[in-house]
Design a protein around this ligand. Structure first.
Ligand SMILES: Cc1cc2nc3c(=O)[nH]c(=O)nc-3n(C[C@H](O)[C@H](O)[C@H](O)COP(=O)(O)OP(=O)(O)OC[C@H]3O[C@@H](n4cnc5c(N)ncnc54)[C@H](O)[C@@H]3O)c2cc1C
Ligand code: FES
Ligand code: FES
Length: 1357
């Protein structure tokens, strides 16, 4: 195709190769170009909005000033391709390859077991690689900073950080150095912490094979392309223009051209980082016909220092701003740098490094986002904006008028921001910035603030005061009237109180304010004021402290410091934010028997088979498959109503759009449209917002998505509409009958108990947030009507079956292939089948291949997640803490269709007793039918929600008895061989071992005593400690699900191909299967291979779920290998000295089949719900965790100080993978219980649809010390080599963090003389923690009268 007239040539480099493009569409991002045009699919797409880091690449530009290239990490998903003229891009493929040389960064992340599904790994590698290009020996702080913008849903981050730490200048062994038991400080690798019980003989702690790492030589890195250096040194001064179908991009070569262009097109936005413009345009499909890029205008990047302040070019990136501030802060006297320091502190927490590298100061200031971290500080710091236009220059204050405006308000037509002037602070002037967000890192603030005070010379009277807040409403706001009224007042507590009252009166947050959390945000307004008051007081007092650093005393040296009230020691805790550190810890596991042959890999910490491919980007995921001939993209049209009749669906407008091939509706389905209850495509009624109505297929993804907006659906709203569990209970809206288990005589036991209490527990839902969203590629084969389906699924047989039913073709014409899945966690058991079937209908109707890739917003909207739960308990107990009777009633929010909800209810009820033997028990559960997307399987399958009710009840009993909760737990725990409530016998021995070992390792009594002492000293910071035991049942509660098959081929060169029915989700099932085959065949793993999971190779498979995948499939692989070996036995006997290859050759000669199937006719499992008896689970995994946290009572933030986990893994097949599962699940659990919060609008639409609104844990959420111990091997004949499945169980151990937070909150409430709160709500978000720690500030807050205003979001649990 010829380039559009008038387009210039875009020149940039990718991985050392020159790319020249004329035919550039300004709407194309770097990510799309890399993946689609260059086939560089190592760079992944997981959110499309800069929030996850999966698409991180390195951008390098020559800096003429320093004469060197500047390397920065950037999110490729936000970078317009047109912005790259003269830049060099390095992707993960350019760093290293398994075909040539794997880079040390890639090698170390893989060998440190820092990859599981591997979807986040290329992004992690690129962040680390860029760090090293800039800092060959980074500090740990720089490491933490570099990874702050990268999310991982699998690993729990610890091994990724460990791999990065091997490059750090301040790295000390395994992180235990100084604690006295660093593995590098000791001979051998026996490493038991002080106080451990000696169970640790033969333990090993070396999951980081440092000795094997190749050294890194920075001098060997590729040089910056000389051609780009030349381009940068003699830049073209003419404007560059790139024209697309809808958008034109102009990059003026100089300031004059820029101003001319802006004068001609005043409405055209300037694009710098595109981090505000890009995401803002996306949801509404907003198009700006002209985009002006001022990146090549040097004046916009200038930084000048003057006598009164710094003037920073609007084009400077936020990362450059950080450098500028750091330099000035180090060079100038402290009194001048108050505003600069506040900005530098705020920048450290603003987004991740990738976004800061891209986003500009000008874009930040001008986009005037409400939650801005910087604008409130700039506003109080008296910053001014240098505006330029053809008509001249002018200065505009960055004040309340500016903040209150929209993006272009206050600007004259044609005006641009040239620079921002930040005045130096004056003597006796103090400036601070504050923020509180849902998570410690990479999270937009709920509230941000900037505060400045100038005290009058020689007095403590307020001469000038300025307060600004972000995050409260549509714009950032200031409190000028309050500040005015406080002038002349002394800096005292009384003035603080008055300031709080005034500010609360002036700065209103309306009840239905977007973002909700109204009372919390109001509380933060005054909590921040208090913190500012104390900070100023501290600085004032520091002025007289003997030995105070001279820099600190400068601003107060002439003052009468006696004038200032003493800063009570107890208030110090209220001064600072909680710190973020790189975690340390130890992972211990049983070493294999020294007699085990070295070839036998079972029990050894073998690296994930795809680890290196994950790290080099060569691991192929579903959407990395090359486009096939005439392939179409599919996008889904979903319901915008929670319950409605579909009056009409009109696709006409969509069909007229360019590239649109067809619109697929229910009428196009040749076979069955799902079930009566659960349609694939809605027919005449919709039951929730997000239900799929129809689908558009078009030539490109963008065209398909755009067309979905043009399909006109007319609705007629229907009643009833039910969202919450409580509404469903009131309206008797249930999906299935009640499930109940009972033993003993509950009512009688209540009568006999010393005390009876009741309580409620609310547990929010959880989004799977697998990094790879749902995706499927359907390829119809010419000729026989066959279909190949490539899906990211945990259950390929289910995909095959659903597609065949939908198309009305036999199963044998449909083959589902799964190479690897970028995380599943239960969310890819059911949904991929429905999506595969819809895509298959599109493929059959059009006769073309169809690819369906959900973007993050749609994935979160459509697919459902963990069931929210509401639990009520009534418990009768003795004063000693012995529980006599327990009655628990649970309701889960199942959403609009049955799906897995009945099964989840059953599992929930079966597992509710957790680790406790209580003679009189009654458990009841029901699944509520609501008008929300159907909730589904999620790691733990009901257990993490249900057991929280049980543990909350135990905690409440302990509180009533005045006993530590662990004592009550111990008292009620199973002690000897016994039967569960459903009469299944088991031995609790490993449970008790885990519990005892955990408490001992964690030194729980000592820790509790130290926490108590800390709490006495600190009214504003509280520490809490908690330990939870766990009995987790593994497997499906149905015999037919416990089967697996395998197919093993040996080829004549001796290489072995292993196929089995499990999907590789990151858990390392393929690795474990080859370990099994290697042991059985006595062949090294290097001779073994597995290609994919396919319904054509191993039919009728069961979902890879319920923690039993490796166990069941491993037995099938074992069976196949044993069959083969049996056939080979006579040959081996005859030639005992021969090699494997000799035997295979001989077998072939003798016509012995070298291919065998294996089968595992699994565990028996049954449950008779009528009788309440059965043996629903093959076996149990036991564990215990103890966590210690510290909360900030003023903001509700917490830090995880330490977690000790002890798990019973039986004889681990692979301790590295198993520890990875435990740590990853633990952190996912900690996310469930502390930060992951889903919000729904009053109309039932999910509001949290991406990483910006939904906070999964980041690297900063890992406990500062995380120790994981796999209990020394215990033998059981039942399972494969006595191993146990650890996929899910660790999830619940995250609740130890929740209970530690509750413990800390209880300490705060005790201090304040408040009653214990028997209503438990998970997650323990900063909002909930802050509001529970009531104090004088929460008391000042005007309360919203429920029902007076329509809330922003509604509770559903
Ligand atoms: C994942 C993510 C996380 C984030 N987290 C935070 C956070 O924690 N805290 C926070 O405060 N912010 C956060 N942000 C917001 C971020 O700071 C802003 O998006 C960014 O600073 C905008 O800069 P930009 O260069 O990308 O602007 P662009 O998107 O390029 O432009 C934004 C707007 O500014 C205008 N503009 C730009 N330059 C000029 C100029 N010189 N003259 C006139 N108009 C101009 C444009 O016309 C446009 O309307 C986050 C953003 C993302 C994507
Ligand atoms: S895909 Fe780019 S940051 Fe998430
Ligand atoms: S390994 Fe990080 S998301 Fe899966």
């Amino acid at each position: 195709m010829p380039p559009p007239p008038g387009s210039d040539e875009l020149v940039f480099f990718v991985n050392g190769r020159k790319v020249t493009e004329r035919d550039i569409d300004p709407e194309v991002t770097l990510l799309t170009f890399l993946r689609r045009n260059l086939g560089l699919t190592g760079t992944k797409s997981a959110c499309g909005g800069g929030g996850c880091g999966a698409c991180t690449v390195m951008l390098s530009r020559h800096d003429p000033a320093s004469g060197k290239p500047r390397h920065v990490s950037i999110p490729a998903c936000l970078v317009p391709l047109c912005s790259l003229h003269g830049a060099a891009i390095t992707t993960v493929e350019g760093v290293g390859s398994i075909r040539t040389r794997v880079h040390p960064v890639q090698e170390r992340i893989a060998r440190s077991h820092g990859t599981q599904c591997g979807f986040c790994t290329p992004g992690m590698v690129m962040s680390l690689y860029t760090l090293l290009r800039n800092h060959p020996q980074p500090s740990e702080e720089q490491l933490a900073d570099a990874l702050a913008g990268n999310l991982c849903r699998c690993t729990g981050y610890r091994p990724i950080l460990e791999s990065g730490r091997t490059f750090c200048s301040d790295s000390h062994g395994c992180g235990q150095s100084g604690a006295g038991w660093c593995c590098l400080d000791r001979p051998g690798d026996d490493s038991s912490p002080p106080g451990s019980s000696g169970l640790q003989a033969h333990v090993c702690s070396e999951l980081l094979p440092k000795a094997e790492f190749q050294p890194w030589d920075p001098s060997q890195e590729p040089i910056f392309p000389p051609e780009l250096t030349r381009m940068a040194e003699s830049p073209e001064r003419r404007s560059l223009t790139f024209r697309g179908d809808r958008v034109t991009w102009v990059s003026p070569g100089g300031l004059r051209e820029l101003l001319e262009l802006k004068a001609q097109h005043p409405e055209a936005p300037l694009v710098l980082g595109n981090t505000a413009l890009g995401p803002a345009s996306k949801p509404h499909g907003r198009v700006h016909p002209l985009l002006i890029s001022p990146a090549r205008v040097p004046e916009l990047s200038a930084v000048t220092e003057s006598r009164d302040g710094l003037t920073i070019g609007a084009g400077c990136s936020l990362a450059q701003l950080q450098d500028v501030l750091a330099k000035s802060i180090s060079e100038l006297p402290e009194e001048k740098t108050q505003t600069l320091r506040a900005l530098a502190t705020a920048l450290r927490k603003l987004a991740g490094q990738q976004v800061r590298n891209l986003a500009s100061l000008g874009g930040h200031v001008m986009s005037r986002q409400s939650s801005s971290d910087l604008n409130p500080i700039l506003a109080v710091g008296r910053a001014a904006l240098h505006l330029l236009s053809e008509g001249g220059a002018r200065l505009m204050p960055l004040d309340e008028l500016f903040l209150a405006g929209t993006a272009s308000a206050g600007l004259r037509p044609g005006e641009i921001l040239e620079s921002v002037h930040v005045p130096y602070s004056r003597k006796r002037e103090f400036v601070s910035g504050f923020r509180q967000a849902q998570a410690p890192q990479n999270a937009m603030p709920h509230v941000s603030a900037g505060m400045r005070v100038l005290l009058a010379e020689g007095t403590n009277a307020i001469e000038d005061l300025s307060i600004a807040y972000g995050g409260l409403g549509a714009t950032a706001v200031m409190a000028p009237r309050s500040c005015q009224q406080l002038l002349g007042k002394p800096w005292t507590e009384e003035t603080l109180d008055e300031a709080c009252r005034l500010v609360l009166g002036e700065v209103a947050i309306p009840g239905p304010a977007p973002g909700g959390r109204v009372e919390f945000r109001r509380t933060l307004l005054v909590s921040f004021l208090f913190r500012f008051y104390l900070q100023v007081l501290r600085e004032l007092r520091r002025g007289r402290a003997p030995g105070a650093p001279s820099t600190l005393s400068v601003s107060v040296q002439h003052w009468d410091i006696w004038r200032y009230p003493r800063l009570p020691d107890q208030s110090l805790g209220a001064l600072e934010d909680l710190p973020v550190t790189v975690p340390q810890g130890m992972q211990t596991y049983q070493r294999v028997d020294p007699q085990q042959p070295s070839q036998d890999p079972v029990g050894r910490p073998v690296m994930h088979l795809s680890g290196l491919k994950h790290a080099t980007g060569e691991a192929v995921f579903c959407d990395d498959l090359p486009r096939v001939d005439r392939e179409l993209s599919m996008a889904l049209v979903t319901s915008t109503r929670p319950h409605a009749r579909i009056v009409s669906v009109d696709p006409a407008e969509a069909l007229r759009l360019p590239g649109v091939a067809d619109v697929i509706t229910a009428k196009d389905i040749p076979g069955t449209n799902g079930t009566e209850d659960d349609r694939l495509l809605a027919v005449d009624e919709v039951l929730c917002v997000g239900q799929v109505i129809c689908a558009v297929v078009a030539e490109t993804d963008e065209q398909a998505k755009r067309a979905t907006e043009r399909v006109r659906v007319t609705y007629e709203d229907l009643e009833p509409v039910v969202f919450s569990i409580q509404d469903a209970m009131r309206q008797n809206s249930f999906l299935c009958p009640e499930k109940k288990l009972e033993q003993g005589n509950v009512e009688e036991a209540f009568e006999k108990a010393d005390r009876v209490i009741e309580g409620e527990v609310h547990v929010g839902g959880q989004e799977h947030f697998y990094m790879e969203t749902q995706r499927v590629l359907v390829i119809p084969k010419a000729g026989d009507g066959e279909l190949d389906i490539y899906a990211s699924t945990q259950d390929p047989a289910h995909v095959q079956k659903t597609v065949s039913l939908t198309l009305n073709v036999p199963h044998n014409q449909v083959t589902c292939h799964v190479k690897r899945v970028g995380g599943g966690f239960g969310g890819k058991v059911g949904k991929p089948a429905a999506l595969g079937a819809i895509a298959a209908v599109g493929a059959i109707k059009t006769g073309r291949a169809v690819r369906l890739v959900l973007d993050r917003e749609d994935d979160m909207l459509i697919t459902g997640g963990r069931h929210p739960l509401f639990g009520k308990y009534k418990v009768g107990f003795k004063d000693s803490g012995r529980i006599k009777a327990l009655d628990i009633e649970c309701y889960i929010n199942g959403g609009c269709t049955l799906g897995d909800s009945e099964l989840v209810t059953e599992f929930l009820i079966l597992k509710l007793e957790n680790a406790y033997k209580i003679r009189n028990l009654r458990f009841r559960g029901r699944a509520c039918r609501t008008n929300l997307p159907s909730n589904t399987a999620f790691r733990g399958f009901g257990f993490p929600q249900g057991a929280l009710v049980t543990e909350a009840c135990i905690t409440a009993v302990a509180a009533k008895c005045g006993l530590p909760p662990e004592k009550v737990r111990e008292k009620n725990m199973y002690k000897t061989v016994d039967k569960t409530i459903y009469k299944q016998a088991f031995s609790p021995e490993p449970l008790r071992q885990c519990w005892a070992e955990c408490l001992e390792r964690a030194d729980l009594p000592g820790r509790r005593a130290r926490a108590d002492a800390f709490n006495q000293q600190n009214p504003w910071r509280k520490r809490g400690v908690a330990a939870v035991p766990m009995k987790f049942s593994v497997g499906f509660a149905a015999t037919s699900y416990h089967q697996a098959a395998a197919l093993v081929h040996v080829y004549t060169d001796g290489s072995v191909l292993v196929a089995h029915g499990g999907s590789e989700l990151g858990q390392g099932i393929h690795t474990k299967m080859l370990q099994v085959a290697s042991r059985e065949l006595r062949v090294p793993m290097s001779r073994l291979h597995t290609q994919e999971t396919s319904t054509a190779t191993v039919p009728n498979t069961v979902a890879t779920a319920a923690s039993i995948g490796a166990d069941a499939n491993g037995k099938a692989v074992q069976n196949a290998c044993q069959t083969l070996l049996k056939r080979l036995e006579p040959i081996i006997k005859k030639n005992a000295e021969g090699t494997w290859e000799d035997w295979i050759e001989a077998a072939f000669e003798q016509r012995i089949s070298l291919s065998a199937t294996g089968y595992f006719r699994g565990y028996k499992a049954f449950m008779d719900w009528e009788k309440g008896e059965g043996e629903p689970f093959p076996y149990y995994v036991f564990g215990a965790a103890c966590s210690e946290v510290e909360i900030d009572c003023l903001t509700g933030a917490h830090r995880k100080l330490r977690t000790d986990i002890v798990m019973d893994a039986g004889c681990s097949l692979n301790p590295a993978l198993d520890v990875g599962q435990v740590e990853g699940a633990f952190l996912q659990g900690a996310g469930l219980y502390t930060s992951e919060e889903l919000h729904y609008s009053p109309e039932g639409a999910l509001l949290s649809r991406g990483p910006a609104e939904y906070k999964i844990p980041t690297a900063a959420d890992v406990p500062e010390e995380l120790n994981v111990t796999l209990l020394p091997s215990s033998q059981t004949q039942l399972t494969l080599y006595s191993s146990k499945g650890l996929g899910e169980s660790g999830m619940f151990l995250g609740s130890s963090v929740f209970f530690a937070i509750s413990d800390a909150v209880t300490a705060a409430r005790r201090d304040r003389g408040l009653a214990e709160d028997c209503t438990v709500r998970s997650p323990a978000t900063p909002e909930r923690v802050r509001m529970a720690c009531q104090d004088r500030f929460t008391e000042m807050i005007p309360r919203e009268d429920p029902g007076t205003a329509k809330p922003w979001s509604i509770p559903i649990a």
